[in-house]
Design a protein around this ligand. Structure first.
Ligand code: B12
Length: 369
């Protein structure tokens, strides 16, 4: 309703199983019908501006415009958006806001119905859409092999060379050349590789923030318990507990990983944040090189059943099976046993309060669970 009243031009309603998996036909239908209900039973879409003249809404709009203007000015001072992105500021602001929101949800200052309030003692299981990752991967690989077998290879190579040349000389229209390459059936990977030959690969600067999570949540029992256990661990081991948070495979969802990283650092952990798109071997190597106590895998793109056992295997190969592996993110409950069998010590799904997961991890480290 907020979106419709705020003049949105396009609306997507998430399905009820949004934070668990891709939607089932049933949950997608409810989500779609929620929109149809708003559209056809409440009539709010018939009115162009139902809030016109509302003093309160005008005031809110004014506030929003001024706050947005502050951000725009900050970006202008940095020399425009392209320069701002290079400094990592826009991403940092998003991460600060995410950490603050998470802390407010964890401390109960902000209500999310069914997540931090009005929860059932025991949730009844719901039907989840299961996707066979391996089968999807194999069929995609087969499609690409078939495509590559049928296309005019000389035309593809010429189109890719034109792209590389354009990047090198900065002459020509790169987008136009990319579209032409796609027409002769070059893949997205090949098109970006053709650019990468000259331009290299963009590596995001990983910057972690501190103090944002604790500023909203340091009075909570969970936070206090986490900091106490951190101190206890540090006294026992002579150094702070060290955790690496890894993002592996093609999963670009780093919000939760970053929120956990900043929250754990505020609780007293030493935190290493791995880059996006690591392979299990790379993640395991970084964990070993940094001599972490815990490797935390954040998985939201349904790769957990493949990538988590692989990273555990890689740690074993490096002789570091003592590093505790935990997992978090969009992992459906029916996959928990599979991951526990593979050697995962704990799993934290969406809605897990960060400081609570922090002390639960510390209890495992201290052998107190
Ligand atoms: C935001 C979001 C995006 C953003 C991501 C921005 C970013 N930089 O992170 C954008 C728009 C880019 C995006 C893109 C896509 N998304 Co998306 N996205 C989401 C969404 C709505 C919220 C995720 C989020 O940030 N939550 C907030 C954070 C704070 O919560 P969290 O990550 O769950 O973390 C908490 C816990 O899980 C846990 N945790 C997480 N990690 C870790 C790690 C450790 C060590 C520990 C201890 C705990 C822990 O602690 C955190 C605090 O409680 C989810 C659905 C959902 N509601 O969860 C879909 C979702 C993850 N996306 C999905 C999909 C399909 C996609 C796309 C493929 C869509 C498309 N077709 O292009 C792309 C893929 C991009 C890519 N390369 O990976 C699916 C994945 C389906 C699945 N797993 O089976 C989901 C589940 C939506 C759905 N139901 O369909 N997405």
């Amino acid at each position: 309703m907020g979106a419709a009243l705020g003049h949105t031009q396009s609306l997507h309603t998430n399905a009820l199983d949004e934070a668990i998996a891709l939607p089932t036909d049933f949950s997608a239908r409810i989500a779609r019908n929620t929109q149809i209900y708003i559209q056809e039973e409440t009539y709010i879409t018939k009115e162009i501006d139902p809030w016109a003249g509302s003093y309160y809404v005008e005031w809110l709009t004014n506030e929003l415009a001024h706050k947005a203007w502050e951000h725009i000015q900050e970006i202008e001072k940095l020399g425009g958006m392209a320069k701002a992105i290079e400094t990592g500021i826009p991403k940092l602001r998003i991460e600060e806001a995410a950490a603050r929101t998470q802390a407010r949800i964890d401390s109960g200052k902000q209500t999310i119905v069914g997540v931090n309030k009005y929860r059932l003692e025991k949730e009844a299981p719901i039907d989840i859409l299961e996707i066979d990752n391996t089968a999807v991967r194999e069929s995609q690989v087969a499609r690409i092999v078939e495509l590559k077998g049928k296309r005019d290879e000389a035309a593809v190579q010429a189109a890719l060379e034109a792209i590389t040349k354009c990047v090198e000389t900065k002459e020509g229209n790169l987008l136009d050349l990319a579209v032409k390459a796609a027409h002769v059936r070059a893949t997205l990977g090949e098109i970006s590789d053709a650019c990468e030959k000259i331009a290299g690969r963009y590596k995001a600067v990983i910057r972690t923030i501190s103090g944002v999570y604790s500023s909203e949540n340091k009075q909570s029992d969970d936070f206090k318990k986490a900091t106490e256990l951190c101190e206890k661990f540090a006294k026992r081991e002579g150094r702070q507990p060290r955790i690496m948070i890894a993002k592996m495979g093609q999963d670009g969802h780093d919000r939760g990983a970053k929120v956990c990283a900043t929250g754990y650092a505020d609780c007293g952990f030493d935190v290493d944040m791995g880059p996006l798109f690591q392979t299990p071997a790379e993640a395991a190597r970084q964990a070993v090189e940094n001599d972490v106590h815990v490797l935390g895998v954040s998985s939201l793109a349904a790769g957990h059943k493949t990538l988590v056992p692989q990273v555990i295997e890689e740690l074993k190969k490096l002789g570091r099976e003592d590093i505790i592996v935990i997992a978090g993110g969009v992992i459906p409950a029916q996959d928990y046993d599979f991951l526990y069998q593979a050697g995962v010590a704990a799993i934290f799904g969406p809605g897990s309060p960060v400081s609570r997961s922090a002390w639960q991890i510390l209890e495992i480290l201290l052998g107190e669970e």
